[in-house]
Design a protein around this ligand. Structure first.
Ligand code: C2O
Ligand code: CU
Ligand code: CU
Length: 499
């Protein structure tokens, strides 16, 4: 965890000045902070209700009542007949999120959200993308090592009615990745309205490391997205859009409102995906018990990390194992966020499935090499600003400007600094397309164990400097940007061309 004093100082000044942004773990820190009086807390709450709320001090989430069993997205394996073709169609439709009410939504191969594309390392696959929307979209594969032309950034338009094949060889180890649109100016609205799906990369190790991997039985995807529904229970993006990140009071997990998950009395794998436009989540169990983190964005950690909580900013993923064998049907177990909102209550089924209880001790052999530690910084990025005034190196995104070039296969050290502003500044989830990178250091120090693994998105607090070892295995143009989708659209994005 980061120093809470720093964050609190920033938080107080931001709140008292009527500013609207603070660090990512602020509400958690706020609760933990011993020196803050009730009155100070009260003042801050008052300020924030007066419209000075930001995505990092969001509107509280409603508790899940647990009345609906969690939807499990369909698993999409390649069509029979060879070719490893995955048809993926962006479409619009209506979804019954609330009982008896149709909400207009977007989805892939369905009316809302999308399937899980299961691909295997080493295989050549084709994503057969089709746009049945009445607006332009793109299909971006977040976390995938793929040539730039197929990456689905803002250059890779798929117009209404168009079909486009993206053919490539899966060249990375097991990971939970995701996909979503990326058209310039409409990424935030299209994601908000429902365009998001998952990609599971499987490798040889997946089958032998003892991790639960029975899809929808002891291995569950959990896509967290907060929404603000209007009086007619519709998603009206333009109405609720916030330039510093659109948030809502209603959590959907896999599109399910008030979800509950039924699990066996055994070890269960949860693949946590923050698919929200802007909200951060610090996940913990209501019992205070630990869970084991087994994966970061792009693959397994070397050894499971015992944690009581883990924070994900937009775009980030983590896989965790919760051991439900310790509890029984009468236990009241739920996943909470930093402010205690109930995200997901669990129902424990005394029946066990045939999942294994023995998880391999060594899951990966990730490490930052001495050579990487000794490389000089060759790319410097400074993140700054808020609202519509967000920049990277004082510039806003321009489709026609290449900000950096890098050679395919070369490792370079990128130094990313989040420059504070007068009110402290805010956390930016920084993401690079087309690569999984390593965090070499954070403010000169080793990253926490939970971030020692392959990453494609990192939460950079105001004032922090990250050094990353970045290597692209393919050529092409790739975006790097803040994953608060409104910041990305407001220009907090640049392009690197890999030659
Ligand atoms: Cu989720 Cu530009 O990415
Ligand atoms: Cu991406
Ligand atoms: Cu940002």
């Amino acid at each position: 965890m980061k120093s809470s004093t720093k964050v609190i100082g920033i938080l107080l000044s931001a709140a008292l000045l009527g500013g609207c942004s603070v660090g990512k773990s602020e509400s958690h820190d706020m609760m933990d902070h011993q020196n803050m009086s009730e009155d100070e807390m009260h003042n801050m709450a008052g300020e924030m209700e007066n419209g000075h709320m930001s995505h990092t001090n969001p509107l509280a989430l409603n508790n899940s009542t647990g009345e609906n069993e969690l939807a499990i997205p369909p698993l999409l394996k390649p069509q029979d007949g060879g070719g490893n073709i995955y048809p993926i169609t962006a479409q619009s439709g209506q979804t019954e999120i609330f009982d008896g009410i149709q909400t207009k939504t977007l989805g892939y191969n369905g009316s809302f959200l999308g399937p899980v594309l299961q691909v295997n390392e080493g295989e050549e696959v084709t994503f057969r993308t089709k746009n049945e929307l009445d607006e332009t979209t793109t299909f971006h594969w977040h976390g995938l090592d793929i040539p730039g032309a197929g990456d689905g950034g803002p250059h890779n338009h798929v117009k209404p009615g168009e079909t486009k094949d993206v053919k490539f060889t899966v060249d990375q180890g097991a990971a939970t990745l995701w996909f979503h649109p990326h058209p310039e100016g409409a990424t935030a609205s299209q994601v908000y309205e429902g365009l998001a799906g998952l990609i599971y990369v499987e490798d040889q190790q997946t089958k032998t490391n003892g991790l639960p991997n029975d899809y929808g039985v002891n291995d569950f995807p959990l896509v967290f997205q907060d929404k603000q529904f209007d009086d007619n229970k519709q998603l009206n993006y333009q109405l609720v859009r916030n330039e510093d990140g659109t948030i809502g009071d209603t959590l959907l997990i896999n599109g399910t409102i008030n979800p509950r998950l039924t699990v066996g009395k055994e070890k269960v794998r949860l693949r946590l995906v923050n698919g929200s436009n802007a909200r951060n989540y610090t996940y913990r169990l209501n019992t205070g018990d630990t869970f084991q983190q087994i994966a970061t964005d792009g693959g397994f950690v070397n050894k499971p990390n015992d944690l009581q909580e883990i924070t994900l900013t937009p775009g980030e993923r983590a896989e965790i194992i919760v051991d439900f064998s310790k509890y029984d049907a009468a236990s009241d177990i739920a996943l909470l966020n930093e402010s205690g909102a109930i995200l997901l209550p669990f129902t424990i089924n005394e029946q066990k499935t045939n999942g294994s209880d023995e998880i391999a001790v060594n899951l990966n052999n990730y490490h930052v090499t001495d050579e990487e530690r000794n490389l000089p910084v060759t790319k410097k990025l400074e993140l700054f600003g808020m609202g519509r005034m967000v920049t990277i190196n004082n510039k806003q995104f321009d489709m026609n400007r290449i900000d950096f070039t890098q050679k395919q296969g070369d490792t370079e050290i990128w130094e990313i600094y989040n420059k504070p502003d007068m009110m402290g500044g805010m956390t930016h989830p920084f993401h690079i397309h087309g690569t999984q990178f390593k965090i070499v250091s954070i403010d000169g120090k080793e990253p926490p164990a939970s971030e020692q693994g392959w990453k494609d998105t990192i939460a950079i607090d105001a004032g922090e400097t990250f050094k990353l070892a970045v290597k692209f295995n393919n050529k092409g143009i790739y975006m790097f940007h803040c994953h608060i989708l409104e910041h990305e659209e407001n220009g907090m994005m640049g392009q690197v061309e890999v030659l």
